[in-house]
Design a binder for this molecule. Structure first.
Ligand SMILES: [Zn+2]
Length: 170
């Protein structure tokens, strides 16, 4: 019998808070009003040990990357660019948002983050952040030995209300 073990490292959510405004579209012709959350993100990385460091990932590097990704969303309006019910357009320093063909919001462009997701649900935000982290890890020196097997990212929008997304690498 052979066995195979793996390790998980996790970064807690205490310093990964981002305050952001958003609204989501709902099934049918429904759309929430603009509102905000103090979101909290957390991440678990699974993988093999680096043969020299005896760790999966350097915590300092993982925290720095997560901080950087969440900071990009902090104090911004989060807008999805792949929602078929929303037209999000940026021009002349402004972002206009139309829902079902009717203009709904105009924001200063500098206050917005346009995200390549269909809706700013916690599920989609978790997936977006997981993929951004994956891409950052792939290009950075943190990808020691390429030993990362999976990333699980969770996002909480209200106390006790959260979603997580897990991506596994072959
Ligand atoms: Zn909300």
């Amino acid at each position: 019998m052979s066995t195979r073990g793996s390790f998980k490292v996790a970064v807690t959510k205490e310093d990964l808070v981002f305050a952001a405004a958003h609204f989501i579209t709902l099934p049918g012709h429904r759309c929430e009003s603009l509102h905000g959350h103090n979101y909290r993100a957390g991440v678990t990385v699974e993988g093999a040990l680096d043969p020299e460091g005896w760790y999966v990932l350097d915590f300092v590097a993982l925290k720095r990357l997560m901080k950087q990704l969440t900071q990009e969303l902090d104090h911004r309006v989060l807008l999805p660019t792949e929602n078929p019910k929303l037209a999000v357009a940026r021009n002349a320093g402004r972002v206009t948002v139309a829902f079902d063909g009717a203009e709904r919001y105009v924001f200063p462009a500098a206050d917005c983050v346009l995200l390549p997701i269909p809706n700013t649900t916690v599920e989609m935000l978790a997936q977006y952040l997981a993929r951004r982290l994956r891409d950052e890890l792939a290009r950075g020196p943190e990808a020691v030995g390429g030993g990362v097997h999976a990333i699980e990212l969770d996002v909480e929008e209200n106390f006790g209300q959260r979603a997580s997304y897990r991506e596994v690498f072959d």
